[in-house]
Design a protein around this ligand. Structure first.
Ligand code: AP5
Ligand code: MG
Length: 218
């Protein structure tokens, strides 16, 4: 059976950090809308250039563009086992479109994990975040440092900071999350698939809570 899991949470809540453990546990691919947009931008595709205009000011990329991109990704053969959706859906129309896409695959969302973290913690997390542009692995200079400063443990690539992690853009992203994405918590609660996770704990404790919440899924 295919397992489709949604990872919800404000910018900096730890979605990308926790993705690997979930994907390994369920043997499903990690589908991150933000990572796909950034990959397009690094290749300078039309989609990448369009998305960048929104990302750099902390706004959402329009629904039609985003839904089409994720729809194409879910049609890839590796998603026949399911997928971990990180950062998608982010609006009610995206959530409804996802339900329609999955219904056509004879599947549905099994769990929506909501990582809860207050705003002041998010700003500190994002200002200390470094990521690997090659493999996407995420570090924090204080909470999750690489073995050698500025270098990815896995592939030796020099780490980078995301341009949208400046405090003023982060504040805008948090505002957009509150107004456009938070209503999805109620949407998935109504469907009986929501699990709230305390995202302020250590990375390891959050991981354990998530894996416990997925026990029935495996
Ligand atoms: P996206 O890339 O999805 O960014 P985001 O949702 O803002 O989330 P982040 O990736 O910033 O945070 P995260 O939760 O993954 O945290 P992380 O694990 O890295 O989207 C970027 C942009 O693309 C959007 O603003 C929008 O413009 C566009 N976009 C994307 N999807 C879209 C959609 N569906 N529709 C429209 N537009 C879309 O952790 C953060 C830091 O904290 C790291 O340094 C980490 O090491 C540290 N950390 C993590 N957990 C802990 C912990 N427990 N304790 C201490 N530190 C921790
Ligand atoms: Mg992320």
């Amino acid at each position: 059976m295919a397992h489709f899991i949604v990872l919800l949470g404000p910018p900096g809540a730890g979605k990308g950090t926790q993705a690997k453990a979930i994907c390994e546990a369920l043997q499903i691919p990690h589908v991150s809308s933000g990572d796909i947009f950034r990959e397009h931008l690094s290749k300078q595709t039309e989609l990448g250039k369009l998305a960048d205009g929104y990302i750099k000011c902390g706004q959402l990329v329009p629904d039609d563009v985003t839904i089409r991109m994720i729809g194409d990704r879910l049609k890839q053969p590796d998603c026949s086992r399911g997928a971990l959706l990180d950062g998608f859906p982010r609006t009610i129309p995206q959530a409804e479109a996802l339900d329609d896409l999955l219904a056509k695959m004879d599947a549905k969302i099994e769990r929506a994990l909501s990582l809860e973290v207050p705003a002041e913690v998010l700003i500190e997390r994002l200002s200390g975040r470094w990521s690997c542009p090659t493999c996407g692995r995420v570090y924090h200079e204080k909470y999750n440092p690489p073995r050698q400063a500025g270098i990815c443990d896995d592939d030796g690539t020099p780490l980078i900071q995301r341009p949208d992690d400046r405090p003023e853009t982060v504040r805008q992203r948090i505002e957009v999350y509150r107004s456009q994405t938070e209503p999805l918590i109620e949407y998935y609660c109504q469907k009986g698939v929501l699990v709230n996770i305390d995202g302020t704990q250590s990375i390891e404790a959050v991981k354990q809570d998530i894996l416990t919440s997925l026990a029935g899924v495996r």
